[in-house]
Design a protein around this ligand. Sequence first.
Ligand SMILES: *Cc1c(COP(=O)(O)O)cnc(C)c1O
Length: 450
Amino acid sequence: AGNRFGAKAFLSLPNTSPPPPPPPPPLPHTHTHTLQPVASKASLYELIDSCIIILTARFTYEIAPVFVLMEQLTLKKMREIIGWPSGEGDGIFSPGGAISNMYSVMIARYKYFPEVKAKGMSAAPRLVLFTSEHSHYSIKKAGAALGFGSENVVLLSTDERGRVIPADLEAKILDVKQKGYHPLFVNATAGSTVYGAFDPINEIADICEKYNMWLHVDGAWGGGLLMSRKHRHKFSGVERANSVTWNPHKMMGVPLQCSAILVREKGILAGCNSMCAGYLFQPDKQYDVSYDTGDKAIQCGRHVDIFKFWLMWKAKGTIGFEQHIDKCLDLSQYLYDKIRNREGYEMVFDGVVIIPPFLPQPQEHTNVCFWYIPPSLRGMEHNSKEYREKLHKVAPNIKAMMMESGTTMVGYQPQGQKVNFFRMVISNPAALQSDIDFLIDEIERLGRDL
Ligand SMILES: *Cc1c(COP(=O)(O)O)cnc(C)c1O
């Protein structure tokens, strides 16, 4: 269909080959310190998007032909970047990473137990999903929503950096098999939400092959790093995954919502979800009905999420996204280096030095997790209950004061046995080192007397 008007050539997205254009001049420094792109240039794409998208409805080719082609082409490009041969496979844009992860669980179940689609879960043995204790809660939620039961989502132990321990996965699979249940699915997180950790995909893929299980990679947060020649090695082995979640609306700065579920096996998404409603998806249309992609989705009407992403890709180029990613990672490295040995700071985890030829790069993603220790706590015994209780209140107090003074904001949370710590993430490429300096000054100004 697309070739008729040369549409494919017009729609096609840039490659990595052209030399990088000179970086744009830094934006003037203002007093809002936005380290995530709440109000950056991305808003422009969103505005254009909103103006155009009002008209569109569900995804049959006849209703939205250009957007269907844009979606097909962009998904193919993303699959090529993942490393699947010729970008073959399947996929769809969904309303977010949580839904994309849910798709992966549905497709895995369909792959091994297709009869569940018609007969329900009683047609299958007790099915078990595996994901790390640091993974996003959406995997557990999918287990509950899809009738597996949250008790059949087994949480895997992690090392001190928050990465899955492969031996623990294998032990837990064996345990489940021994109980007579069926291990179905493993989720490996590439860029965990809190620590920014990357699970070892190759080692997990070996185990999935051994036990004939589905491997999903949740790259909702980390996916953007696939665009960077410097950082994509953290995804080593991703081409062995059966499915991948990748959210352009996170690290890549595309306005919400824009998330893709990418699948290696072609046709399985339609097999899993199609209901062939006669009033929309007539098989005897005068065009190739494989362009009627809407029946692959669990939705009926869908928002056009592709346009703003495609437009950004056209405008920034692949190189532009790469620079965006590299810049955010450099900036988080700057923050990490600045506070690692600074008085009054403690890191939640130490950096990792990764394989040569890359320089030691303590930061896996832009997540920098740390405690600020006010002077009044510095001499105290770190293991005492009193110290832990006091430290637990520091980050919430500082954040509340930040909100009251309206200068900046940074998130915090506890994790496992660890009391509240700050979790700084950077995804706005317009942020500057001076914003980081300001943040640190502000934490110290507000926290000095706690
Ligand atoms: C944010 C996130 C999700 C959920 O994505 P939404 O688009 O917010 O639904 C899933 N997995 C990871 C690792 C995330 O960081």
